[in-house]
Design a protein around this ligand. Sequence first.
Ligand code: FNR
Length: 397
Amino acid sequence: MAEYWYTMRDEIFADGLRGRLPRLPADPAELEQLARQHLPVGLWSFVANGAGGGRTLAANRAAFDKWELVPRMLHTDEPLSLRTELLGTRMSAPVLLAPIGLAGLAHPDGEAAAARVVRELGLAMALSNSSSLSLEEVADAAPGAGLWFQLHPPKDDELGASIVRRAEKAGYQGIVVTVDSWTRGWRPADLDHGYDPFLRGQGMGTFLADPVFRRSLPTDVPVGSEPWLAAAAARWREVFGHSSLSYEYFDRLREATDLPILIKGVLHPDDAEQAVAHGVSGVVVSNHGGRQLDRSMAALDALPAVARQVAGRVPVLFDSGVRSGADAAVALGLGADAVLLGRPWLYGLAIDGAEGVRHVLRCVLAELELTMLMSGAATVADLRRMVSPVRGRADER
Ligand code: FNR
């Protein structure tokens, strides 16, 4: 692997000289449009849209425009490294793949392709509990990859514990508990398409392989047959999403695993505080990419206060709206220890499988690195001094 991520820029120009153009665009908006051409309309709408009128989806992006970098010049004296270690997982950069369910619908190689790229680039990925493949299949596809497992707490604690133990056994290095999507948000686009992939038994790879889950499935029909899958989808609807969770859930989950447990979906600093009080090892500031609660605040607007509240006791991660390396730099500058990349990796996968995921990630990392180099930030910590509210004046700083 190249010493610097940004050398990809020079590779692309060298290829251009020989008449070869990249198959994927570097521009995130064009990436989204190209992915649209590769996905059936129902699936495309499911991935791209947000809840309600899409205000939170838009606010997530607009929030980045409230911040600016004030770069400093003629400073380069030490080599930049994005290497980082988060809760025992070593990463070549503070960028993870966000958990996105149903990747197998976007491309037949699904989550396995993403995990292989993550291993190749030395990054990490939080595998969704709604993956098309089972958690073991994904781990087996990329031994040694930096993998965390994301869980929506099921109503059945025994099932949750079983899944988490399997993840630990399969080599996952962290458990990310998502708390903002115990039920589906109001998503007009999905309603208009009558599109719910879960009703079709999709996104259940990990559940279908679970001994506790399987106990409740009929034994008088062949495993994998249509009636078996229909029963599985019905059971899944019964157990998926815990509507009456409290922070004590983290105390119970702690008994099932020694892995670090993170909470995903926090916006209010008091929620972060409670989670830390209940022993979580990390907080992910996120509003689920605007898919859940329309008119909820932009995730980036929530980040500084949560980071202040947590005050370094545990790592703070961020997602919802990161599209580029410059976005990642702003989030890191506002107190995130790492960012999760969401929709863009799925778009890359939809367009070109593993190759597409690789391209998307390398673009983000190249731009993050260039942003730091050109700002005079040798470390992520340096970025914290360089990001400030848009004022358009450098001399007041
Ligand atoms: C998600 N997200 C998500 N989160 C989670 O914890 N478990 C999951 O299974 C899923 N599934 C999922 C599917 C699809 C199609 C999308 C787009 C998103 C949310 C995801 O982890 C992340 O929070 C958002 O994608 C961040 O927003 P952006 O940056 O993608 O806009």
